[in-house]
Design a protein around this ligand. Structure first.
Ligand SMILES: C[S@@+](CC[C@H](N)C(=O)[O-])C[C@H]1O[C@@H](n2cnc3c(N)ncnc32)[C@H](O)[C@@H]1O
Length: 373
């Protein structure tokens, strides 16, 4: 059984082996990057800068050692991921190429790589190389044929990139791209220990996890993170109404992470439900006739013409001694090149002395169905 909504204390290499196969819907992994930082990082005026020089990041002896670790945890991720699930892995230049190659060797299928462009990156204090202002995320599935979750319209709705602010306010949206701009985690969001110091050197921003979980999972799904840290993934999973499960080896991070999770409330809103991607219930003509929204024998009027056709019991239209589906007949009468037009945009019926579009009647039917659920 999966210990849902819990933090497992331990080494993910062994703890993951205890989890059932094909049991989680979404994995987010933020592994040690093996940053290979040597000596203290100094600001130009001489003060120390606390980068990621933690013991948990510095445990690897050489490339082979890191590659073996990567292979082990990714292999377990492959096993526990459901067949239509998704995995996201984040990394910097030091590790993402090893991770990517390992993922492909294990059989993961890449969907996208995403650049997290940091709007407030750590400067390259000494000016000796380019400022390192991004990290890379790999989004993959278990197989090329996986039917993974992606809320395309919700992504579009959340996308404020490449849209002028006034057009965005008016509801104009573009497809979400693969460069995401977010600041690194700072301010109140950054967890502090009892001494008021930064608790964790690589706490990820909530905005990043919120987006990943909202777009590639559903309410009630299980979101798993083998490297929990401050529990950012678990926190955003909880907020969005998903189950979380995470592993972390450091007790102090777990203690603060648990407090963080207790303070999170579930928000059931348009984003968590991916409202824009909810498909309307099916509305077949025969079903709408049975439900009394149309009647057999009634006249269908083709918009902006004097043509009419008669509705038959099977939902088709009778016109000049022939039977047609409404889409083909609309195209035929309008004499357009397409074989079919969307009949719901062209046919009308009479209701209380005026003509109304059959599309508006279909909307009423769907609203009725949704209200009954
Ligand atoms: C890059 S940090 C993750 C930060 C996290 N995403 C957050 O937002 O706070 C990696 C975490 O993995 C933990 N870790 C490293 N190796 C581990 C292992 N073998 N098993 C379990 N946890 C591990 C470290 O203690 C560290 O907290």
């Amino acid at each position: 059984m999966l210990p849902l909504n819990s933090i497992i204390h331990g080494n993910c290499l062994t703890e993951m082996q205890k989890l059932p196969s094909e049991s989680v819907d979404l994995i987010f992994a933020d592994p040690p990057y093996w940053m290979r930082i040597e000596g203290a990082l100094k600001r130009p005026e001489g003060s120390d800068f606390s980068g990621c020089d933690d013991d948990w990041d510095n445990v690897f002896q050489n490339n082979d050692d890191y590659a073996e670790f990567t292979q082990k945890w990714l292999m377990e991720c492959y096993r526990v991921l459901k067949k239509n699930g998704s995995i996201w892995v984040i990394g910097g230049m030091q590790c993402i190429y090893t991770i990517g190659a390992t993922m492909q060797n294990l059989g993961f299928w890449f969907i996208n790589d995403v650049i997290w462009y940091k709007t407030n990156p750590t400067p390259n204090f000494m000016g000796t190389r380019l400022n390192n202002s991004h990290e890379t995320l790999i989004w993959a599935t278990k197989d090329k044929k996986s039917k993974f979750t992606f809320h395309y319209k919700t992504a579009k709705e959340l996308n404020d990139e490449n849209v002028e602010a006034d057009l965005f306010a008016k509801g104009q949206r573009k497809q979400m791209g693969s460069v995401w701009r977010f600041p690194v985690c700072n301010g109140n969001e950054r967890l502090k220990n009892n001494l008021g110091e930064k608790l964790h050197s690589t706490q990820k921003p909530e905005s990043l996890l919120y987006r990943i979980i909202a777009l590639t999972s559903n309410i009630g799904d299980v979101v798993f993170d083998p490297f929990g840290g401050t529990m950012t993934t678990a926190a955003m999973a909880k907020r969005l109404g998903r189950h979380y499960l995470t592993i972390e080896q450091n007790e102090e991070y777990i203690k603060y992470g648990q407090e963080r999770l207790r303070a999170i409330s579930v928000v059931n809103d348009d984003v968590s439900q991916a409202k824009w991607d909810i498909k309307p219930p099916k509305a077949k003509m025969e079903d709408m006739i049975s439900a009394g929204f149309f009647s057999i024998g009634e006249l269908f009027y083709l918009k902006n013409t004097n043509e009419t056709a008669t509705l038959l019991e099977n939902g088709k239209l009778f016109y000049q001694k022939e039977i047609y589906d409404m889409h083909t007949l609309a195209a035929k009468i309008k004499n357009v090149k397409a074989d079919r037009l969307n009949g719901f945009n062209f046919w009308q019926v009479q209701r209380e002395n005026s003509l109304v579009s059959i599309d508006s009647i279909r909307t009423q039917y769907r609203e009725n169905l949704t209200a009954q659920i």
